[in-house]
Design a protein around this ligand. Structure first.
Ligand code: PLP
Length: 472
């Protein structure tokens, strides 16, 4: 008898699909269970992966077992294992069994919720889940889709920020008649590069990187001075982006003070909380987002720190009208009675792409499988473990912390200087059990440890500290 895997080469055979799906889920569960035995990062050289594969696509169907075996033979050795419990680099890539299953359901449905009418459940579950998150994260009630604002899932914080830059440009143009060539965007020099990229793509020519204080947070006085100087120079301040949890050190810009300037100067105020937004599910972090009731838009990524797979980024607007006015185009082939009634949300008007996956499914699965309490527990563990590493660093004779630890990132340097720090990071990564990244601020190299993998445990934290201590 033929094996279960090779029984059918018909790619549309649903009984074969059922068997293959079960074997793939087994494969993924084994992969995740065995991550601790793998080196976190890949050691392949450029071209190695491709060299293992044929140069031409197959003319004839291949058995599923061949695909599975290539996951082991070709793919796994060529991966950096972002779900590894020793993954402490960049920011985490959220994931969990519930989220993976949500992705599977999403792929199975294969619907496109561009219009309410093109899949009512896709739109209504997305709106509902994002309204749930308004309560869970303690952000302003008027951001709910049942109120004047609303939330939408985007591919990433970059896309959200870019979209808001486009909306701000149109709002500024309508209000002042200014040309894009004269409009100015402000953000701190610690902001993520997506702010600059989004501004460039949206056509802005003037981008100001406002100075930061000793904690790497934007200085409101410096923002006010930059705005004043630009106005005096005949330019038109249009947009400011504050960050809650910068990429470098998770610094928090003073949102309320920046909002006061944004309001009096008529700037669109966007908040990028791509990483730290997830922490707001725990009350104790909410002081870091003080002032949100005064801002125009906000983004955060469940695909970073809320156990939800890429891509899944939340964008909220305080008032959805400018967004929809800027992005709405209704060609004849998209017209329908529900849209004409004005009583439904058509998410095609809320971002640049038209086609969109049913991203809300995985987030819905995660929220229901963990419960808010389960997610709070995960975040609190990550923060507590990170602060424990920070305490060890503070007591270490050769290491020095370079920033506060508001969330689950600790930034530290070797007292021997930049080379000492880079060497330390290299030694830690060479061990293979953990991966951390290095960065630089004001000419100073530093090591970044971010605890955020769904699978990291206290034992991994003890082991990484032991390794740091020995390597320093
Ligand atoms: N903003 C901040 C503060 C980030 O740290 C990042 C990525 O790390 C981004 C934006 C970009 O997010 P995305 O990759 O979802 O576009």
């Amino acid at each position: 008898m033929t094996s279960a895997h090779t029984a059918s080469l018909d790619p549309l055979d649903l009984e074969a699909f059922r068997r293959h799906a079960h074997s793939l889920v087994d494969w993924v569960a084994d992969y995740l269970a065995g991550l601790d035995n793998l080196s976190v990062c890949s050691t392949v050289n450029p071209g190695d992966v491709r060299a293992k594969l044929p140069e031409r696509a197959p003319e004839q169907p291949e058995p599923f077992v061949a695909l599975l075996s290539d996951l082991d033979r070709v793919v796994v050795p060529g991966l950096a294992h972002w779900q590894h419990p020793g993954w402490l680099g960049y920011f985490p890539a959220g994931s969990s069994p519930a989220s993976v299953l949500g992705e599977l359901a999403c792929a199975g449905f294969g619907v496109v919720g561009m219009l309410w009418s093109s899949s009512p459940a896709a739109t209504e579950i997305e709106s509902l889940v994002l309204d749930w998150l308004v309560d869970l994260l303690g952000v302003p009630q008027h951001w709910k889709t049942t109120d004047i604002g609303g939330g939408v899932l985007q591919s990433g914080a970059s896309a959200s920020t870019h979209t808001m830059l486009v909306v701000a440009r149109e709002v500024c143009r309508k209000r002042t008649g200014a040309a894009i060539d004269d409009m100015v965007v402000y953000t701190s020099r610690e902001a993520h590069s997506s702010v600059e990229k989004g501004a460039r793509v949206a056509g802005y020519r003037h981008i100001r990187f406002v100075g930061t204080d000793a904690e790497f947070a934007m200085q409101p006085d410096a923002l006010a001075a930059a705005v004043e100087s630009d106005r005096a120079g005949g330019l038109m301040p249009a947009f400011v982006c504050s960050t809650v949890g910068t990429t470098g050190t998770t610094a928090v810009d003073p949102v309320r003070e920046i909002a006061a300037i944004a309001r009096s100067e008529h700037l669109w105020h966007h908040v990028d909380a791509a990483y730290a937004g997830s922490a707001m599910i725990c009350d104790e972090f909410r002081p870091y987002q003080d002032g949100l009731e005064l801002v125009d838009s906000y983004t955060f990524n469940p695909h970073k720190w809320l156990a939800t797979n890429l891509d899944c980024s939340v964008m909220w607007v305080a008032d959805r009208r400018p967004l929809i006015e800027t992005l709405s185009i209704l060609p004849p082939y998209l017209q329908n009675a529900a849209t004409a009634s004005g009583h439904v949300i058509d998410y095609r008007d809320w971002h640049l792409p038209l086609d969109r996956p049913f991203r809300a499914l995985k987030l819905w699965f995660v929220l229901r499988s963990f419960g808010a309490d389960g997610l709070r527990k995960m975040i609190r563990n990550h923060v507590a473990w990170t602060r424990r590493i920070a305490k060890h660093i503070d007591r270490h004779p050769r290491l020095e912390r370079i920033a506060e630890v508001p969330f689950a990132l600790v930034a530290f340097a070797h007292r021997d200087g930049n080379t000492g720090t880079d060497d330390l990071v290299e030694r830690i990564n060479r061990d293979g059990r953990f991966y951390i990244t290095a960065s630089e601020v004001d000419g100073r190299r530093y090591a970044r440890i971010v605890v955020g993998s769904t699978w990291t445990t206290e034992a991994h934290i003890d082991a990484v500290w032991d390794l740091i201590d020995k390597s320093a």
